[in-house]
Design a protein around this ligand. Structure first.
Ligand code: B12
Length: 441
């Protein structure tokens, strides 16, 4: 029998700020790109998946094609892996968010770059490979978001958490200037047919998983559709996590539906408590003066709130960054995360910073969201980096950890959950004191 052409798909892990690979025993949340790409690959190929955070990259593989993904600053590791495989004479194809935003740079290290979604182009890439005619770039916009059942079977035996990823839609109706989603999808929002999403949820359940990570960038993008998904999740008794815009906190009807459908927690990109900063990021629709009220309303439905914030926008001062620590502690955010605003090449914010001559550091290994690489308006880059780490240290002081977890008013209702959050916080604290940005990978 003829040997099948073999494809090795790799999800690289990022370097930490000291340049060490972030390795974990367990990957609590897994993305969908790898199992989905395998599902898009015809059966005549043999596919393997490597999640580098928990597995070693087999550089001596006999694979014919190496497919490398790229997420955030892990792109530098993606490039290093690509270089090594090219040195070994392999055909290397790169894809994912980051190389889509910096395709010309990525192309220097591989044979082809798939820009954006792979659904419409992957089979062409493979037939071009067979014909020995790979093109440097492939880009085909989605007509409709639809795909075969992802090959979950290739990830469930790895050391992953209790959640499997399911995606209902891609993109977001907003157009915040720093956001990679907005730069790739340009306010477009694609949603899958509900029956297709249900097919995936049922499959996940049949594999013995009762928890899903709804990967959507903004699950609130289509309210009526979202209600239909919630109704199904309730019917089959699933638990789920997702992310969406904070304005859901105004919508009591929807919050009640969510709570009843098994929503455990939502993550919100609040970005900043400074209106001027939000305006400067084209996130004018967000009202920071309402944040506390919205958070408390969401929580009153039994839904936990975690937050993602950025520091270093034009409205930020050293005082506003210090006030952010108070905001997090006062609002008892259980799992807060912060990033330094980073001009990711390909985003509108990057274009603006280049135009204004405000790029401070061009070394892409520093584009890790924990070092200032642009010149902020109201402080020096060094002051911004210091203020960022001070913010993390304040928020992860023992006093703040107690206040945000075990001393929550809701503690007595579900002590187990808050004790779990307490230990997650202690772990984050330990990382911060080693100058490692706490992360959930
Ligand atoms: C789940 C998730 C995670 C999980 C799992 C990650 C993992 N190791 O698998 C966790 C929580 C661990 C995580 C961590 C991080 N994440 Co993340 N994550 C996501 C999320 C919510 C879903 C990803 C996903 O599965 N999408 C569904 C799949 C089908 O879409 P896709 O990945 O885009 O893949 C499609 C195409 O891009 C393409 N494609 C992708 N890879 C490849 C490879 C090849 C060879 C080809 C041909 C095509 C191709 O084909 C797919 C089908 O069309 C996205 C947001 C989003 N909606 O995508 C953020 C997102 C990808 N993450 C992001 C970031 C920044 C990170 C971190 C750097 C955060 C941090 N500071 O630590 C880390 C990096 C981790 C890593 N190993 O690289 C950013 C990336 C921005 C950017 N410019 O790259 C996003 C877009 C969030 C955001 N809104 O900014 N993440």
């Amino acid at each position: 029998m003829m040997k099948k052409t073999k494809i090795l798909f790799i999800q690289p892990t990022p370097y930490d700020i000291r340049g060490k690979l972030i390795k974990k025993k367990k990957l609590y949340f897994v993305g969908l790109a790898m199992p989905l790409l395998v599902a898009l690959t015809p059966d005549k190929y043999h596919c393997e998946i490597i999640l580098e955070t928990i597995e070693e990259v087999p550089f001596d593989t006999d694979a014919d094609i190496i497919g490398i993904s790229s997420m955030g600053h892990a792109v530098m590791r993606s490039i290093d892996i690509a270089k090594e495989f090219k040195r070994r004479g392999k055909t290397v194809i790169m894809g994912g968010y980051m190389v889509s935003l910096m395709a010309d740079e990525a192309k220097k290290y591989c044979d082809s770059v798939v820009i954006g979604d792979a659904e419409e182009v992957w089979s062409t890439v493979l037939s071009d490979f067979e014909a020995g005619e790979l093109k440097p770039f492939y880009k085909e916009e989605l007509v409709k978001l639809s795909y075969p059942l992802p090959r979950y079977d290739l990830i469930v035996n790895k050391n992953i958490g209790d959640f499997l990823p399911v995606q209902a839609g891609r993109g977001c109706p907003h157009s915040c200037s720093f956001c990679s989603v907005s730069c790739l999808y340009r306010s477009r929002y694609y949603r899958r047919d509900i029956q297709e999403v249900i097919r995936d949820i049922n499959h996940v359940k049949s594999l013995g998983f009762n928890k899903i990570l709804l990967l959507d960038d903004n699950i609130l993008s289509d309210r009526e559709y979202f209600k239909e998904i919630c109704a199904y999740l309730k019917q089959i008794n699933m638990k789920w996590l997702s992310q969406c815009e904070i304005t859901i906190g105004y919508d009591n009807e929807l919050l009640a539906i969510l709570a009843g459908s098994g929503c455990m927690a939502l993550s919100f990109g609040l970005e900043s408590i400074s209106k001027e900063s939000l305006d400067s990021m084209d996130k004018k629709w967000a009202q920071p003066e309402d944040y506390s009220r919205l958070i408390s309303n969401i929580r009153s439905y039994g839904i936990d709130v975690s937050t993602e914030m950025v520091v270093g926008a034009d409205g930020d001062t050293l005082k506003s960054i210090a006030d952010t620590a108070k905001f997090i502690t006062d609002n008892k955010i259980v799992v807060p995360r912060f990033y330094i605003l980073t001009p990711i090449p390909g985003t509108d914010f990057h274009k603006e910073m280049v135009l204004k001559n405000r790029i401070y550091n061009t070394d892409m290994y520093s584009y890790n969201s924990a070092e200032a690489v642009h010149i902020p308006k109201n402080m020096t880059p060094e002051q911004l980096t210091d203020a960022y780490w001070d913010l993390y240290k304040k928020v992860f002081s023992i006093k703040s950890i107690f206040n945000r977890t075990i001393l929550q008013p809701a503690f007595l209702k579900s002590p187990g959950k808050y004790i779990f959050y307490f230990f997650v916080n202690l772990y984050y604290r330990e990382q911060i004191y080693k100058s490692i940005v706490p992360n959930i990978i």
